[in-house]
Write a protein that binds this ligand. Structure first.
Ligand code: RP5
Length: 164
């Protein structure tokens, strides 16, 4: 079986500070990813080419981040049957609500799994959960990750009791 591969695309390099958090999660899980800046509005031909060839290029899941009139995830989802996870990026004027609504309100037939505004870590984790259906070792790693999170919460619980 080939190694899992995720595409992370973003509308602008100004999205990178948020998007890089998804890349960090994938690094932690040792999963390959490819990062690209592709704009549905400013480089429509590149978006079209990427979406049409994503499956042939060996990607399993696509994470698409965009802000403002955030159409990138929806446009890519229209061009492929690979799962597309959208990250609405918080823009300066409307706090990301514009991006969220542009991304989440897809017409029936073309789903985009939209995470929270700036929810890059969850986008990566959701991509890993999708991949874990096919790759058992990722399912095991995800279970360990959940157990670690629970342990951290329990430690915080103990700590605050000692403080008051
Ligand atoms: C969107 O417009 C991008 O995804 C970005 O969030 C926003 C602003 O882009 P820049 O003007 O900073 O390039 O297409």
């Amino acid at each position: 079986m080939k190694n899992p591969k995720i595409a992370i695309i973003m509308g602008s390099d100004s999205d990178l500070p948020v998007v890089s958090k998804a890349a960090e999660v994938l690094k932690e899980f040792d999963v390959d990813y490819q990062l690209n800046v592709i704009s549905a509005h400013r480089t429509p031909d590149k978006a079209l080419e990427f979406g049409k060839s994503a499956e042939k290029n060996g990607f399993d899941v696509i994470i698409a981040a965009a802000g403002k009139a955030a159409h990138l995830a929806g446009v890519i989802a229209a061009l492929t049957t690979l799962p597309v996870i959208g990250i609405p990026i918080k823009s300066s004027t409307m706090d990301g609500l514009d991006s969220l609504l542009s991304m989440v309100q897809m017409p029936k037939g073309i789903p985009v799994a939209t995470v929270a505004i700036n929810g890059a870590e969850n986008a990566a984790l959701l991509a890993l959960e999708i991949l874990a259906l096919k790759y058992d070792y990722l399912s095991m790693k995800l279970k360990k990750h959940r157990a670690m999170m629970a342990q951290e919460v329990n430690e915080k619980d103990k700590k605050i009791k000692g403080e008051i």
